[in-house]
Ligand binder design. Sequence first.
Ligand SMILES: Cc1ncc(COP(=O)(O)O)c(C=O)c1O
Length: 406
Amino acid sequence: MSKLDVNKIRSDFPVFQDQSLVYLDSAATTQKPHQVIDAISEFYSHSYANVHRGIYNLSFKATEAYHGARLKAQKFINAKDWQSIIFTGGTTESINLVAHSWGRKNLNMGDEILITEMEHHSNIVPWQLIAEDRGAILKYIPINQDGTLDLSDLGTLLSDKTKLVSIIHQSNVFGTINPIQEIINKAKKVGAITLIDAAQSAPHDTLDVQDMDCDFLALSGHKMLGPTGIGILYGKLDIIEGMEPFMGGGDMINSVTMSKSTWNDAPYKFEAGTPNIAQAVGFGAAIDYLDQLGMQNVSEYLQDLKLYALIQLKAIEGIKVYGHTKNKSSSVISFNLQDVHPHDLAQFLDQDNIAVRAGHHCAQPVMDKLGISSTIRASLYIYNTKADIDKLCDSLVKTAKFFRGL
Ligand SMILES: Cc1ncc(COP(=O)(O)O)c(C=O)c1O
């Protein structure tokens, strides 16, 4: 029996009140509960001002709200220090920040960066850019056809040349939950810095950066009920204190003269200019919402729903599901329907108000490995029900019949 009251949860989401919608694209971005929308509206209406600078009450209130969101994020991932929480625009910006600020200082000719073939483009391209810039070499842990990582050569891929290992925690294509602990531990043995792309794991599972002992972790607020334009980069304090800024501007400085500037402390050193204040407040409200549900309950509910979805989908003739071996997967399911192009299929599903993603999911190397150009991706979240899955399956069967001329 689920500990989540899904009817109550659905009633919190305005988008489900005025339309019949089966929303199965939460891995791209989640819908927002009114608690998050209200927190943003309330903040803009009654507490809004710029942060850190104003010597007046409203600015103090805004600064307090902004800092409060940072403390919530700190608690959410169990970081030791609030100074370790850098607000960014999201996972992409967080990874680029590390590539630029850490990479420019620490990567030299012939150094190696290790990622996997399973990465989202945002955990590939920043490393390609910095590798080219610094003369470093980008290496990949391969994937198996079943959507898992092939770790058989990890011992060879990791060496004293490896300076950084950056790994996707949960695949946005296969749903695979990667054995990041094993990889972090082995990376540490060769002295490499580790970064975890938690864009897909943060919405699904409890994260504990102290337990993982990763050096960096990146996530996006909009994939876990929060607004767009806000995410975090967690970085161990001793590492981020030694890093140069990512961008220059207001707030990130200690002093500026015509010839030279000095930097503020972390995290402000990495937050140049007026930050996304209202988005941070909304993100804080999203964390409160998830905290109230309990991440363990969220995780159990989604595991259950995913298993139901997999059974129903696999029973449909012509459906091929990618990944999902050994049950180590999240509630992201990629599949194709024989003889139907994923884009056509997504349009047919849309006629029944079913929103799924069709495409390469910003993971073209994964598609290349599978020898396909795209898939349909159905991704589940706390507002989805078994009835949503049934509607998806009914619509798939109907579409299959149409394309087969039955
Ligand atoms: C695994 C993974 N990493 C990174 C990203 C990039 O996140 P954002 O676009 O919020 O920066 C995504 C987004 O889909 C993702 O799924």
